[in-house]
Ligand binder design. Structure first.
Ligand SMILES: C[S@@+](CC[C@H](N)C(=O)[O-])C[C@H]1O[C@@H](n2cnc3c(N)ncnc32)[C@H](O)[C@@H]1O
Length: 352
């Protein structure tokens, strides 16, 4: 999976246990990013809807969530990947913009990204394989990039991994149906239907995903945009349509409250960390529209979970916080018996 700010990789075992404990068979992952949480839910057999504003997230969601592995012919997929891997490099937009004007990839890899991306459009546009091959290209490009994990800047000296040749692999797909949606959660949250469980992992501060992952946006859009600055960011990064309300300090709390309230789900789980503009008590209040509220806290240094209390809709608290620094929170709202069933056994949860 790609390097991604705020990725919930280490929380997957906990979120999976919560999901299984809830008995849910339908789920919504409203800020899906890499889709790794949506994938974990889908792997339990659930029908998952994954939504994000990012173009690359939609590609990931079409690959891992909407596609049914049983409906994809592995031989055809592998043959398409092999064909792309055999292509010779051809300098184009990526080579010029992201290898010469900036230094996100070494030119020999940039030329191959250009050739492969052109071939995906030429040979697979509109086909079921298109998102899978794009996912394969993004994963391969991420393995040979020269960044510290975000694309606002590149490393001055080439990163050691950037010397490796770009190699596409066929992504492992998951069996079952699902849905990929690209759009704004604040607009769409209430329109997506009814779910057993909804998971929300919004941005909580000023760091914009559109600019932090502009190279992935451009490789997916393949629109050769005008760019600016040392990192060659897309010119439309300056447009309001590419900005998220979750990156605006004053507007974000109300937007989050409205989005949580408009989700139609029996159980709502919200991820939260202590670098956020919203405080935990306010978030707990926002979640109380869905019933009782439970909070799990994870010390990100020690990766030991601790259940710190069940709260009724009025915010009456049971339990105490055992660690107060470097905490990641998982806030759970819904009927009290359901929360109890989900959290039993998580007192000693380990996040690795
Ligand atoms: C913290 S990340 C989610 C990480 C994800 N849970 C994972 O493990 O990969 C937040 C996501 O919210 C998306 N986002 C930002 N504003 C949004 C909005 N208004 N509607 C939907 N998604 C949005 C970003 O593109 C980003 O992928």
């Amino acid at each position: 999976m790609i390097k991604y700010l705020g990725s919930k990789r280490r929380l997957i075992p906990v979120l999976t246990e919560l999901f299984e404990g809830s008995g849910a068979t339908t789920a919504l992952d409203l800020f899906t990013g890499t889709t790794r949480v949506a994938q974990a839910f889908k792997a339990t057999g659930a029908h998952v809807t994954a939504l994000d504003t990012a173009r690359y997230s939609e590609v990931f969601a079409r690959t891992w969530i909407a596609h049914d592995a049983d409906a994809v012919d592995r031989v055809t997929l592998q043959a398409a990947v092999d064909d792309l891997n055999r292509l010779r490099g051809e300098p184009g937009y990526v080579t010029e913009t992201f290898c010469r004007r900036s230094r996100f990839f070494q030119p020999f890899n940039g030329e191959r990204i250009d050739a492969i991306r052109d071939a995906i459009t030429r040979d697979h546009a509109g086909s079921a394989l298109e998102p899978i091959l794009l996912t394969s290209l993004l994963l391969a490009a991420d393995k040979v990039d020269s960044t510290a994990g975000v694309q606002m800047a590149y490393i001055k000296q080439w990163a050691p991994r950037s010397y490796k040749p770009l190699v596409l692999e066929a992504p492992e797909l998951l069996a079952g149906a699902g849905r990929a949606v690209r759009g704004d959660a604040t607009v769409l949250a209430g329109t997506l239907g009814s779910f057993d469980l909804a998971y929300l992992d919004p941005p909580y501060n000023q760091h914009r995903y559109f600019t932090n992952y502009h190279v992935w946006e451009t490789i997916v859009a393949w629109d050769q945009p005008e760019h600016y600055g040392i990192a060659c960011k897309r010119l439309d990064a300056r447009d309001d349509e590419t900005k998220s309300v979750f990156n605006r300090k004053r507007e974000m709390p109300q937007a989050l409250a409205d989005t949580i309230a408009s989700v139609d789900a029996e159980v709502v789980i919200v991820s939260y960390n202590d670098e956020s503009w919203v405080n935990l008590d306010d978030l707990r209040d926002m979640c109380a529209v869905h019933g009782d509220v439970g909070v799990l806290a994870f010390d990100s240094k020690r990766y030991i979970g601790a259940q710190i209390g069940i709260h009724d809709p009025q915010g009456n608290k049971v339990g105490t916080v055992s660690h107060t620094r470097n905490l990641e929170y998982v806030v759970i709202a819904g009927p009290r018996p359901r929360i109890d069933a989900m959290t039993t056994g998580l007192l000693a949860a380990r996040v690795t």
